[in-house]
Every structure is written in C-alpha cells, then in structure tokens.
Design a protein around this ligand. Structure first.
Ligand code: NAD
Length: 488
C-alpha cells in the first residue's frame, strides 16, 4: 500500500498492461498480478498477468518489426537510447522511489541503480555507431574477404527482481544499438520498474514492436511459446543458475544464441598485508549493497588467520550499526529481503552454520514486524561444509573463515562451482596480479568492493554464466558475422 502522495503518484504513472506492437493492453480475461511491498507484505499495485497468448503476440510483433529495425540508421537507434538516458536521469527521483517500493532497497541505493541502468543506455547509444566489419585480401590472392556485423534477430530478455532497472537496461541497450527487436519478461516480483523504462523508451521514439513487454505470475507458461518458436534467435537471461541451465537446454533444440548471467558465490580475500580499514569498507559495500541480494555479493570472507579476529570485530561493528527499515525512510541503510522464501533461506543457512559451530558476532536473526527483514550478520569460525559457504546467501550475512597461505586462499576461493566475481585486498601489487590471474571468476575487484561499470565486460565463468554484458563486448551478444567472398 502506498502511504504518501509521492508514492501514489509514482505508482499511478506506471503503465500496467502488456506492451505489444506499441500498444498497451490488458492480459486475456483482464487477469492481474499483484505486486507486493516487501517492507510491509502489502499489495502495492496490479499489473497484467499475461499468458501464452500475449507472449506469442509479443513475439509476432518483434518478428514483424525486425527487418525495418535492422536497417534503421545506427545514429537513429543511438539517439533513441540517448533520449531515454536523459529521460531516466531527469526522472531518477521518481524511478528510485518506484523501485524502492517494489523491491525494498533504500532509496539511495535505488538512485544508484537508476544511474547505473541509465549508464547502459548512454554507453550503448555510443556503441550503436561503432559496429564495424572488415576487409582483407585472401592469403592466396584472387579474392577479397568482406565481413559485416548484423543483428542476430528477435531476442527474449528475461530479468531478475534484484536489479529491476539495471538488468533490463543492460540487455535492452545493446539490443537496440545492434538493431535487434525483443520481448522483455521482467521478474514477477518487480515488474513496475521495467514497465516504467519501457514507457520512457516509447516516448523516446522507439518504433512499435521493437520492444515488447509481457508480465505474468507464471514465468514458465508465459515464456514457453517464445522459447519454442524457431523465429526466436537470441535468449539473454539473468537469474539463477538452475533456471539458466534449464532454459539453455530448452532453446538448444533451435540453436538459439544464449547469454547467461547467473548466480555467484564470491570470495572476498583479505591477505595479512591488507589495509584493514579499506578491507572493512570494501566488505561493507561488497556484502551490504542491495541487502546482500546481488549476484556479486561477497558470499565468503576468507581472511588471513593473523587478521581474522580484528577484521571480524570491525566488520561486526559496522554492520551492527546499520539502520534496518523501510527503504523509503530517511537514514535507512538496509531494506527488507524480497519475500518470505528469501528470508527463510537466509535463516536456514545461518542456523546450519551455528549448528556446525559458527558464532554470530552481530545479528543472526530476523527483525520482527511486517516485511521480510533480517539483521545484518557476521558469522565467525564458519567451518568447511557449512551450507552458507556453498550456496548463494542472497542476504545480509557475512561468513568468515581463515587461511594461512596464499595457495590455500586461492584453493578455497576457487572451491565452488560458481565463478562470477572475486575480491582481494592486499598492499602487494605483485600478489594482487598473481592471485587475480588464477582466481576462477569472470571479474576481480582489487582493493575495492564493487566492480560493476557499464563500460566494462560483466559476466562469469563456470556455472556463473556465458557471455558478457556491458563494455565493448556487450553489443557482440546481439550481433552475428556475415562473410562475403568477392571475386577480385
Ligand atoms: P530466478 O532464476 O528465479 O528468476 C529470474 C527470472 O527468470 C525471472 O524473471 C523469473 O520469472 C524467470 N523464470 C523463473 N523460472 C522460469 C522458467 N521456468 N521459465 C522461464 N523463466 C523463468 O532468479 P531470481 O530469484 O529472480 O534472481 C536471483 C538470481 O539471479 C540469483 O541467483 C542471482 O545471482 C542472479 N543474478 C545474476 C546476475 C548476473 O549478472 N550474473 C545479476 C543479477 C542476479
């Protein structure tokens, strides 16, 4: 329930239907999906609860729009993105409030995500005009080899609830820049930010059918007709490894191009020579950004045995002092978890660690009241085998374990099926580079707790995914190469 006039205003401004071929409309039978405020558990708004029929119509619209969009001048495509970047930036306050209402993170963090999401629109507005091919002489002579980069075709974009705007912008931006049309399916918990972004892109001049949006409560039923349709040429998914793996198998039959941004289990290494102050500050960012509900969240703190006591004490002081509450309230630094199952998982992981001998230096329990709050928690002495070290926590819990040597630290860091990001803190440059080289992750943060940047290639190795989003690589996911042999 919206409690202030500002909250009501930003909610009322969001289109609630499905967007198909440039028209907003209801789902069949006017079915509706309720969106909940995770800080109260109360209903905020209702959006269309679409099914297979709307999804099929959305793909039809994307397929119909594809030929003209592919030949739209790159500058025009880029300028639509640029206008959308400016509109998102101008409306950042309203968009941040909207995001906080549906997702729960504090407004300051929502603003940071709006800026991060807008950055993808700006970055890809600049990349749209830099799609290049090549020209060369065949090694044996007699012919010329020309290559061109063309849009891969209609894409299905599936996004998670934890970064409702940035994850959508990180896919829509390069798809538009490359000349692909698309169907976007946002997460059922947080459809409002994606709908608001779609409305801004429409206002910015995106032609009908280029971006179609379907929201719904049953993601499997909703996406089934699109996934099984041979006209779909690209699937870009951000979400859990289990679902990503299943969807990859699903589209393999039609040899659809896939990009997978999946789960993580980030190690955070603190060597004996680290600047402890900086390591604690980095740990607060790497752990508490998004209340720990981030694929990049530090999941395992591996600290040299000589520094673990002090590190744990200082981190517990910082986390224990953080104010927990509704993300719209002034001074709140930690919002609720997304829903009851999300909180139950965190409770299970903490209980398992405690049963195995870990001790809570701060927190360790839920916060009473409405909403799905959990106290910021530091666990010391977490033994190998504890589930909290193997599973994605997705909550404000920092488990600490120790190591004695660099080799042991690297072995522990790599002892996971995931490989999204690693963090390491040391004052020794040679060690930093040596360890960064052998860490099995797609990204490494050296002496900093955050790596995300629209101009950098974001993505994982091992079970954390395939492909990169952002950076110069980001647009590649939406392009394919055609080679032309010329008799000359
Ligand atoms: P999720 O896998 O449950 O859902 C992600 C999306 O997939 C949602 O839109 C959901 O509706 C949809 N989905 C779920 N089941 C589906 C099905 N059977 N068919 C089609 N679509 C389906 O993940 P989540 O809980 O929304 O998000 C959290 C996960 O996302 C975490 O594992 C996190 O690490 C990961 N994540 C990864 C990145 C990254 O860039 N690597 C970024 C953010 C989140």
């Amino acid at each position: 329930m919206a409690t202030t006039s500002d909250e009501r205003r930003v909610l009322e401004a969001v289109p609630r239907g499905v967007l198909v071929g440039g028209e907003w409309g209801p789902a069949a039978g006017s079915a509706e999906l309720a969106v909940e405020d995770p800080s109260t558990g109360e209903e905020l708004a209702r959006v269309a609860d679409a099914g297979a029929g709307e999804a099929r119509a959305a793909l039809d619209a994307a397929v119909a729009a594809q030929p003209a969009w592919a030949t739209t001048p790159p500058r025009e495509r880029g300028e639509i993105l640029r206008r959308a970047f400016e509109a998102v930036t101008e409306r950042a306050d309203d968009l941040a409030l909207l995001m906080t209402l549906e997702m729960g993170k504090p407004v300051a963090e929502s603003r940071a995500e709006i800026a991060y999401g807008a950055d993808f629109l700006r970055w890809f507005s600049e990349e749209a005009v830099r799609i290049r091919g090549s020209w060369s002489v065949a090694p044996a002579g007699g012919s010329r080899l020309l290559t061109m980069r063309q849009p891969v075709g209609p894409a299905l974009l599936i996004t998670p609830w934890n970064f409702p705007m940035a994850m959508a912008a990180r896919k829509i931006g390069p798809a538009i820049a490359a000349g692909c049309t698309m169907v976007l399916k946002p997460a059922e918990q947080t459809p409002l930010s994606a709908l608001a972004l779609a409305a801004i892109l429409t206002e910015a001049g995106l032609p009908r059918g280029v971006l179609n949006v379907v929201t719904g409560s049953d993601p499997a039923a909703l996406t089934q007709p699109v996934l099984d349709d041979p006209r779909l040429r690209k699937l870009s998914f951000t979400g859990s490894t289990a679902v990503g793996r299943m969807l990859s198998e699903r589209v393999a039959g039609n040899l659809v191009h896939v990009s997978m941004e999946l789960g993580g289990n980030a190690p955070f290494l603190v060597f004996a020579d680290a600047d402890l102050e900086a390591a604690v500050e980095g740990a607060v960012v790497a752990k508490m950004r998004n209340t720990g509900e981030a694929c990049t969240s530090a999941n395992r703190f591996l600290v040299h045995e000589a520094r673990a006591g002090e590190f744990g004490r200082r981190l517990a002081e910082r986390l224990g002092a953080m104010r927990v509450g509704r993300g719209t309230d002034a001074g709140v630094e930690v919002g609720p978890l997304i829903d009851a199952p999300g909180r139950a998982k965190v409770e299970r992981l903490v209980a398992d660690a405690a049963a195995r001998g870990a001790s809570a230096l701060t927190g360790g329990h839920r916060v009473d009241g409405p909403g799905y709050f959990f106290a910021p928690t530091v666990l010391a002495g977490v033994p190998a085998g504890a589930a909290v070290l193997d599973e994605e926590i997705f909550g404000p819990v920092a488990p600490i374990t120790t190591f004695a040597t660099e080799d042991e630290a690297v072995a522990l860091a790599n002892a996971t099926e995931y490989g999204l990001v690693s963090y390491l803190f040391t004052r020794d440059l040679a060690r930093a580079l040596r360890v960064a080289e052998v860490l099995e992750s797609g990204m490494v943060g050296i002496n900093r707790g955050m790596v995300s940047n629209a101009a950098a290639p974001f993505g994982g190795v091992k079970q954390s995914g395939l492909g990169r989003e952002g950076g110069a690589e980001g647009i590649d996911a939406y392009l394919q190469t055609k080679y032309v042999a010329i008799d000359a």
